[in-house]
Design a protein around this ligand. Structure first.
Ligand SMILES: [Zn+2]
Ligand SMILES: [Zn+2]
Length: 282
């Protein structure tokens, strides 16, 4: 009798716990990714917002630039950029980053944090005195195969690892290309790979790093999705639930059937403003 009473008293508590952990509750706070241009992506989870490689001036005739309406909204801090918490720079190349525009953006948005490789911060310093901005800049300086860096600020868990720029091992070895794995609100984890080289060797020496925080969404340059080794890295090393290709040249169309065969099955960002829901559960 005593045991039965205890069980019935516990039932409402068990029911409450089930409600709290039900997948439907998780779905209600899915993240979202909006494509900007080239490797620019805006990621949101609730009120937490970050942007990767949002402002640059050189498309080399091959890549899209940020459309004017999105640029205006970015600098004004209006939707979809309202409440933008942080900007992440993959590397200092002109199709990802503009030092003078990054300075202007930080002056326009006085709460904005910047996470960037030292090479990019150096380029900003060469534009003039930015000492008043340094308190909001998190600069990472990493060598190839050096242990990843972890930074926790407000609602962001930031992990940075240097993955060589495409062209490895022949060229661009000096470029500090940072892969940023960022968790928003302890909930949505995304990985932005910059212009990473798609070889297994860059991802195989630290399996524990890749396994401990697998992203719901990865944003690899499209060449990962067009190569077998790139796809295997995303699925088996990185453990990404979904991958959306970025850095897509303008001659590769949105229509999968019109693409080169190796890219027909890939999910690619091709139209600025298009978005993907970042799902937490199946
Ligand atoms: Zn590059
Ligand atoms: Zn690039």
């Amino acid at each position: 009798m005593h045991v039965r009473n205890t069980r019935s008293a516990l039932l409402p508590l068990v029911a409450l716990l089930l409600m709290i952990t039900t997948p439907a509750t998780v779905h209600a706070v899915d993240g979202n990714a909006i494509y900007l241009a080239n490797e620019g992506v805006l990621v949101t989870h609730g009120d937490t917002k970050i942007a990767f490689d949002p402002i640059f001036r050189n498309g080399f005739g091959q890549y899209l630039l940020l459309p004017e309406n999105l640029e205006t909204a970015l600098f004004a801090g209006t939707a979809p950029f309202d409440g933008l918490d942080g900007v992440f720079i993959s590397h200092f190349h002109g199709d990802h980053f503009s030092p003078s525009d990054m300075i202007s953006l930080m002056r326009s948005l006085p709460e904005l944090l910047l996470f960037a490789p030292a090479q990019a911060v150096m380029a900003m310093r060469q534009e003039g005195d930015i000492s008043e901005l340094m308190g909001r800049i998190q600069q990472v300086s990493l060598e190839y195969q050096e242990a990843p860096v972890q930074i926790e600020i407000d609602s962001l868990l930031v992990e940075a690892i240097r993955i060589p720029h495409s062209g490895w091992p022949e060229s661009r070895l000096d470029v500090e290309n940072i892969a940023w794995r960022v968790t928003l609100d302890d909930a949505t984890t995304v990985l932005h790979l910059g212009d990473a080289d798609p070889r297994e060797v860059h991802f195989s020496n630290d399996p524990e790093f890749w396994q401990r925080n697998q992203p719901q969404a990865a944003f690899p340059p499209y060449w990962f999705l067009g190569s077998r080794s790139g796809r295997e890295i995303l699925e088996q090393r990185v453990g990404a639930r979904a991958s959306i290709g970025i850095h897509v040249p303008i001659q590769i169309p949105a229509d999968p059937l019109q693409r080169p065969p190796e890219l027909r099955a890939a999910d690619l960002f091709t139209n600025p403003g298009e978005s993907r829901r970042i799902r937490h559960a199946e």
